[in-house]
Ligand binder design. Structure first.
Ligand code: FAD
Length: 472
């Protein structure tokens, strides 16, 4: 007899898990979830050992189960902010969700070590066995936002035989070799590697950093949506929205964001050209500034025993250098993805609020369960993909803002959001405003500036409008 399922979910990472969790809660559907890895949690299973979430755990995972204890860290770089789960904690959490929440329903079948083929069949990677599954409702594509990470990505540069170039996963084992270290890449992983080494006591003079483009880094202080820090977080968000409402140009927006401490950069001497939405605490960025040997000659083209060739030149290097490859693009390869989320027989999980992938996947599941036709559902699901620059990020902020206002006008969905663990701020504002004047005041300030912020961001995106025109 042919296997049947209501939903065939391709990918069991954070997005696939968050989608399935909400769909299980909102429907009676039978779900088959498939992943080539040997357990749930996607890229977290292959992450480097000192990785942590860069946003609080409070915002991450599936809607039905808390990740961590919602504690505020008492020490370390994240002191005073909500806890950040480590990579192993995230992977363990998803295993618990699978074992304690999904499988006991009897409605989820998990096929690990398997892939969904382009034809929609399931192929077991070990045996090569193929099974065809009849999908009663939809194929759910939960692998298109798969993160490209150092351990598993295809390097974009050549490495001569004999040169040691490792992913950050191997760094703790090799750090005692006391060789000179060159870190390749200045995204969140590169920053993590630099700050981790310095925290281990590695002398900054032993480290060279290849920074192809300097990044803007968002200060974590505005991403603190739990009850204890809600007023401060809202205040920071309202300040940011005021900047967005007033900025005369994209450059002016960046300067004001930096002047108020919302955005950070590695050095005040170099204007960043990259914005991937990386989030860090100020002490991490301050510590990274100890590195003096920074190479800004573009991307690495090749590494030879005595030199590194880059897009705009080459540098000499000692033969015993340990290279740490932090050049994987994470979600960079997904920045042009803007397919409709809902199409006949198919759902393409995508971000609907910049940087909030778990919430987005859960919301899409809610809409699948309760929304109208695909056209109506897609109206509520404007994709907000990854950005490479501030100019690319602005339209995604606008799309997220349009999504939010449409969601809050939609009966049922609004109530779901108000109670959704993955969007704690909306519910907390509603519950705490009456008793906490600071929360009420900052929430009101944020609400009152948001239309002007959107209007000015739109103006910044259209080169032909004179400054201030959209502000009326
Ligand atoms: C170091 C790092 C830190 C991050 N920190 C945060 C954070 O703090 N907060 C946050 O919101 N986001 C964070 N992110 C973003 C992160 O990418 C997302 O949160 C999330 O993990 C992405 O989930 P995903 O399911 O789309 O991708 P993945 O976790 O990559 O999962 C996709 C899955 O699809 C599977 N797959 C691929 N092809 C097939 C196929 N043919 N058939 C079946 N399955 C297939 C893959 O094996 C994989 O398991 C971080 C990313 C990185 C790299």
């Amino acid at each position: 007899m042919q296997e049947e399922t209501d939903y065939l979910v391709k990918g069991c990472g954070a997005m696939g898990m968050a989608f399935v969790d909400t769909l299980l809660n909102e429907t009676e559907a039978q779900i088959t979830i498939v992943d080539p890895r040997h357990g749930p949690g996607g890229h977290w299973n292959d992450a480097y050992p000192f990785v942590r979430l860069h946003q609080p755990s409070i915002l991450y995972g599936v809607a039905s189960r808390r990740l961590g204890q919602d504690r505020i860290d008492a020490s370390g770089d994240n002191q005073g902010f909500y806890e950040l789960a480590s990579g192993t904690e995230v992977a363990a959490y998803f295993r618990q969700v699978m074992n304690d929440v999904f499988l006991p329903t009897g409605r989820v079948k998990a096929c690990f070590g398997s892939v969904v083929t382009p034809e929609g069949d399931i192929r077991d990677l070990a045996s090569g066995e193929m099974r065809s599954v009849r999908i009663r409702k939809r194929l759910v594509e939960a692998s298109r936002l798969a993160a490209s990470i150092p351990l598993t990505h295809q390097r974009g540069f050549d490495v001569e035989a004999g040169v040691v170039c490792i992913p950050p996963n191997d760094l703790p084992r090799r750090i005692s070799e006391r060789r000179p270290v060159t870190v390749i890449g200045a995204g969140k992983t590169g920053l993590d590697v630099i700050t981790w080494m310095l925290a281990q006591g590695v002398d900054a003079g032993r480290i060279r950093w290849i920074v192809p483009r300097d990044p803007w880094i968002a200060n974590r202080r505005a991403f603190q949506p739990g009850p204890t820090l809600l007023a401060e977080s809202l205040s920071a968000l309202a300040d940011q929205s005021e900047i967005w409402a007033q900025a005369a140009s994209v450059e002016d927006l960046c300067r004001r964001m930096e002047a108020q401490g919302h955005w950070l950069r590695l050095t005040h001497e170099v204007w960043p050209t990259l914005y991937h939405g990386a989030i860090a605490a100020e002490p991490e960025v301050t510590r990274a500034r100890a590195i003096r040997d920074i190479v800004r000659l573009g991307r690495v083209v090749s590494i030879q025993s005595d030199r590194v060739r880059l897009q705009s030149g080459e540098i000499l290097a000692s033969a015993d250098t340990l290279y740490v490859d932090c050049s994987a693009s994470a979600l960079g390869h997904t920045r042009h993805l803007r397919d409709p989320v809902f199409s006949p027989g198919r759902i393409d999980l995508q971000s609907l609020r910049f940087g909030q992938l778990c919430f987005s996947a859960a919301l899409i599941a809610y809409l699948e369960a309760h929304g109208g036709d695909d056209e109506e559902k897609n109206r509520l699901c404007r994709p907000t993909p990854m950005s490479d620059t501030v100019e690319e990020w602005i339209p995604n902020i606008l799309a997220g803002s349009a999504n939010r206002s449409a969601w809050m006008k939609t009966d049922g969905l609004r109530e779901w959001i108000l109670n959704c663990r993955l969007d704690p701020m909306t519910g907390l504002i509603a519950r705490l405003s009456a008793s906490d004047p600071a929360i009420a005041r900052e929430a009101q300030r944020l609400r009152s500036v948001s239309a002007a912020a959107d209007a000015n961001l739109r103006r910044l995106m259209s080169a032909d409008m004179p400054p201030g025109a959209a502000l009326g």
